[in-house]
Design a protein around this ligand. Structure first.
Ligand SMILES: [Zn+2]
Length: 261
């Protein structure tokens, strides 16, 4: 799928599709078998544009935070509504700085619409592309494109990934679905910034595993992105609360190893 098609695509809004989306989230495929005792916050980027890899990473690095980049290799070297997209060099730079590379399908597939074997083949092709680009670390994280998934599909990712992020707003505690974790989006709607700030502040009294996600981090960003100032504000806020700002795999390992009750 080319970049123009990607930007034009909208998930199906038929009644059946909506119902499937609504019910999929309530079928927990792999529950988190531990409760976070400290708040751990993962700042993440989908697809991902170069502005996330440079500006986004600079802001995270300024407070010693490490994030995750969910790569869609079909977008490598292209330019779309999110701006210039990542390339091989970005994978190397991010990994060398301690950030994590996650996966996000090769073609930015709507996984709720395609047959399971097509979805899994697309996911595997994306992983092979990452290896071909020189990324030699095991990819443990995945994010559903458009947040779209299906009840029958979620368990099938449990053998491929340790954790999978969705887009339904919320924070994660014991019994959270590791195959569709809640996340807080930052986009052009300023209420999303306030919502994330509020949830981060709330977590000081109730430890949680929090995902924040966006796309481009630019002054003139897309409707799926945010400004450097907004992103910096949230990263600084998260840092000031005393939360641990780390990659999803580091957070998951810590929760499972040190915090299992
Ligand atoms: Zn995406």
């Amino acid at each position: 799928m080319n970049a123009a098609a990607l930007s034009a695509y909208q998930p199906s809004d038929s009644l059946l599709a909506k119902l499937r989306r609504r019910t999929a989230r309530w079928h927990v495929a792999r529950p988190l078998d531990a409760a976070p005792r400290r708040t751990r916050i993962c700042f993440t980027f989908d697809d991902f544009p170069k502005s996330a890899a440079d500006t986004g990473a600079d802001i995270l690095d300024s407070v010693g935070a490490k994030g995750c980049y969910y790569a869609c290799t079909g977008m490598v070297g292209t330019e779309n509504h999110l701006g210039e997209m990542f390339d091989e060099g970005d994978l190397k730079t991010l990994t060398a700085s301690g950030h994590e590379i996650g996966a996000h399908t090769q073609t930015h597939l709507d996984c709720s619409q395609a047959p399971a074997d097509i979805v899994l083949a697309d996911i595997d092709a994306n992983l092979r592309n990452l290896v071909a680009m020189g990324h030699d670390e095991i990819v443990r994280q995945f994010a559903w494109p458009y947040g779209e998934t299906r009840r029958d599909l979620k368990p099938r990712l449990a053998t491929r990934f340790d954790a999978v992020r969705g887009i339904h707003p919320g924070v994660n505690g014991r019994r959270a679905d590791l195959m569709q974790l809640f996340a807080l989006e930052l986009n052009a709607d300023e209420s999303t910034i306030e919502r994330a700030a509020h949830m981060i502040e709330q977590s000081t009294g109730a430890p949680a595993w929090i995902f924040v996600f966006t796309h481009d981090v630019r002054q003139k960003h897309s409707k799926w992105g945010t400004t450097p100032a907004h992103f910096r504000r949230l990263v600084n806020l998260a840092h000031d609360t005393g939360a641990i700002l780390q990659t999803p795999s580091s957070a998951l390992d810590a929760i499972m190893q040190a915090e299992r009750a």
